[in-house]
Design a protein around this ligand. Sequence first.
Ligand SMILES: Cc1ncc(COP(=O)(O)O)c(C=O)c1O
Length: 488
Amino acid sequence: MTTAAPAALDLQRAAREHLWLHFTRMGGYRDAEVPIIVRGDGCYLEDANGKRYLDALAGLFSVNIGYGFGDEMGEAAAAQMRELPFYTNWSYAHPRAIELAAEVASLAPGDLNRLFFVSGGSEAVESAWKLARQYFTARGEQRLRAAIVPTGGDPLTRVDEARGAQVAGRRWKAISRHIAYHGTTMGALSINGIPALRTPFEPLVPEVLHVRNTNRFHRPPEETEQEFTALLLDELEQTIESAGPDTVAMVIMEPVQNAGGAFTPPEGYWRGVRQLCDRYEILLCADEVITAFGRLGAWFGSERYDIRPDLMTIAKGLSSSYAAIGGVVATDRVMQPFMQDTSMYAHGITFGGHPVQAAVALKNIEIMKRERIVEHVAETQDEFRATLEQLLDLPIVGDVRGTGFFYAIELVKDKDTRTTFDDDECETLLRDFLSPRLFERGLICRADDRGDPVVQISPPLVAGREEFDQIVSTLGDVLAEAWTRVQR
Ligand SMILES: Cc1ncc(COP(=O)(O)O)c(C=O)c1O
């Protein structure tokens, strides 16, 4: 036994030997330094070497209030730890989960009034799909009971199986969009439309069908916005029809799709998706893990685009990522069959609605309201867009798209023909050059090639003129340098 004080841990060495980073080629760190971020403030981060970075990605599209509210958020967490460090939402409630549910319901559009809390975005998506599946069973059982209960006995054992199944109306399929990212747990992964993430884990959870996303950049130039919308809706309807409408439980889509690069919806798209879901009685889930809590200049993307979803998945911005909390928000209609008799959503996780996480999320919403953060995005989004659009002068920048504080810059080899880079070029351009050079220049944003190559920009929602300018000036330099490399 030794009495000597433990030596300070060599973080760099310990990181290389013990930590497994997510979505990271760990072999790349055998000889290179692991980036270690040690503190944050406003829109800025600092690494273990004392170097500062502008975080133009807000963590992972998630630190909506920025890094500067640690004291206040920490006090809320500490107070809750003193009062009640943990209790569960399995059969019990506690004040912070109740208050947070009521607060989110009051902000959410329409009758999205019911909150089921989880620990993050993947779990939210997973829970939404399970909820949609069980909704149809619960609704079917309710109909079945209504049809035969007057004669007495257990309705489910009194009808023949085939008729029972038909009336019970079990549905299980989901429809999402190509290249869309919805998380990594098996259910959420199955919903993902990114082949490289899906393939290593097949076979996945049955059954998900994928439809076109709203990427208009590579559509024929003569096609109008209305024609594009009609094409998308037509394909969605055909997909529903070929899946068998009475087997489809849920259509799940982001208000603005992140993966592939901030695909905004064309005019009339959401109205049409809602109509199709109504026609075929399918639940519509808006995956708002990124878009909720101000990212698009409104509390929810569903409000911004009048989506009227039956379900909404939330996480990241709910606590500005100061705590690991997410949720599924359901309408009164979705809740209705679960309020009958012995009906119960057969799902739960230990940390869902954790009181400390809920206290932090409540404080986050209080700060967002007090600091007028959603209003700030709405008021400055045009200025942000105009600043980013200066990048269109560069030959490598084909498109600047997005809305609110949520943008992507698509890189092209030829601006006139909109020709994109092939896989090898993406590897040398994005992975080998752009990502490390941007980091070296003190700008964190993401060079992403899950679709065509884009740079994603999604700063904390407290960013202003100074940050807009810094993003564009650094990106401009690095993209110009990238272009000279492409020319070689
Ligand atoms: C739209 C969307 N859904 C779900 C998720 C998964 O969230 P998490 O990483 O918290 O599990 C993400 C994560 O980026 C997301 O962007």
